[in-house]
Design a protein around this ligand. Structure first.
Ligand code: HPA
Length: 273
């Protein structure tokens, strides 16, 4: 089956289960998914019940769409995402983003756990993503263009919407939640970086490193969505401190920050309106 047929099939399965039309789509990253149940839930659909849909194998990543309302705003949440390192193709990795666009979401809020490259960042801090470096992962738009989603050569000079970034910054200020800004670099993982790779990323202009998000932002931009993204810095990246990295520590760190993260995300959605 080609990508268009898979998208249509998944979309039809979703529409056979709910006719909910979200305006904002939200992807909840590692350790952040538990707050999906804090919204006014209308419907949930497990990824495993959507034939052809990629299902996450990672601990800390549940796998379902949650439909409902945050303060009257109709949203679809992804409680868990899939990653390229799990063995899925980039087309599969970004399939959920395209489906949420087709469901009606025009705005996308991406979240993730990331390693802090910028020495000013501490574990538990938040970073607004202003731009990304995705040159080290395959582009999700490789292959035949899906014309009805977007154009062959989409512009990437403004992936993260300035208006949405302002809303996030103002919301963080109102809530008294410190917020850094910076550039996110995506590597494939699943191994964490070496200290030298992190130094390279720093020279290239990156402030935080992770294994998701940039590819999703590219697919969303292609499909004409307005995008914003927030990283939860779960650890200093490799070599920034001498401590070893572990996924368990990443989950613990994001878990600790997750109450503030939820406050920020929910208030941002309300302010996006
Ligand atoms: N590197 C890559 N991905 C990550 C990290 C990291 O240090 N922390 C959380 N996700």
């Amino acid at each position: 089956m080609n990508t268009q047929e898979t998208i249509d099939k998944c979309y039809n399965i979703i529409r056979s289960k709910t006719d909910f039309v979200p305006s904002v789509a939200i992807v909840l990253g590692s350790g952040l998914g538990k707050h999906a149940t804090d919204i006014d839930i209308v419907e949930t659909i497990d990824y495993k019940d959507i034939e052809g849909f990629p299902v996450s194998t990672v601990k800390g990543h549940e796998g379902r769409f949650v439909f409902g309302y945050i303060e009257q705003v109709p949203v679809v949440l992804m409680q868990g995402r899939v990653h390229y390192y799990e063995g899925y193709s980039m087309e599969e990795v970004v399939l959920p983003i395209r489906l949420m666009r087709m469901m009606g979401a025009k705005t996308l809020l991406l979240t993730n756990a990331a390693g802090g490259i910028n020495p000013a960042f501490a574990a538990g801090d938040f970073m607004l993503i202003r731009d990304h470096i995705a040159s080290f992962v395959p582009n999700p738009l490789l292959g035949k263009n899906i014309d009805r989603l977007g154009e062959r050569f989409p512009d990437m000079s403004n992936v993260y919407d300035n208006n949405l970034c302002d809303i996030i910054k103002n919301t963080a200020k109102e809530l008294d939640i410190p917020l850094h800004e910076g550039v996110y670099i995506q590597f494939t993982g699943p191994s964490y970086e070496t200290p030298t790779e992190v130094r390279m990323a720093k020279i290239l202009g990156a402030d935080a490193v992770g294994m998701s998000t940039a590819c999703e932002a590219i697919a969303a931009k292609h499909a004409g969505m307005k995008i914003c993204a927030i990283s939860c810095i779960s650890n200093p990246a490799s070599g920034v401190t001498t401590e070893e990295l572990s996924h368990a520590d990443v989950i613990v760190a994001t878990d600790k920050s997750s109450m503030n993260f939820k406050r920020l995300v929910f208030e941002v959605v309300k302010n996006i309106g």
